[in-house]
Ligand binder design. Sequence first.
Ligand code: CYC
Length: 161
Amino acid sequence: MQDAITSVINSSDVQGKYLDGAAMDKLKGYFQSGELRVRAASTISANAADIVKGAVAKSLLYSDVTRPGGNMYTTRRYAACIRDLDYYLRYATYAMLAGDPSILDERVLNGLKETYNSLGVPIGSTVQAIQAMKEVTASLVGSDAGKEMGVYFDYICSGLS
Ligand SMILES: CCC1=C(C)/C(=C/C2=NC(=C\c3[nH]c(/C=C4\NC(=O)[C@H](C)[C@H]4CC)c(C)c3CCC(=O)O)/C(CCC(=O)O)=C2C)NC1=O
């Protein structure tokens, strides 16, 4: 896993150079947004269950996936879906704190699309639910932090598509 600091330092190190102006600006932006990130993470963790519930209500509930024959039908599969959304929220929050998406590649997206395809989990509906979670999260944490979280929700969606 990387974060905004290690990623800036690593790329300077590869070139055997001190941090240049652009690298310093990146770090400055990260440090200046530190309090925003921590505050958003604590709001999200205090409201995680409601965020997931709100996202499901906005996107999946009463759709084809929740009807008989749909991939969320039966309580076991419904619960698996809710659990997956909670994973996406938690890991997007970690990535937002780190200011770097690498944790998503390593712990969430690695092999996920193949797993979903082999189980018949619909990727389009999953992406819709993640997009709904992005909106619900933004309405809770405010637009600046919401935009930052959006980067990582979108990263998960493009990794799945
Ligand atoms: C931390 C990283 C991590 C992720 C991301 C993860 C995902 C994940 N979701 C799974 C299943 C599943 N995922 C879903 C999800 C959905 N079905 C829908 O129709 C909805 C659109 C969607 C929810 C948004 C469902 C229903 C299953 C169960 C499928 C089945 O067993 O038939 C499975 C198969 C094994 C299991 O059922 O637990 C994995 C590995 N596991 C992990 O360890």
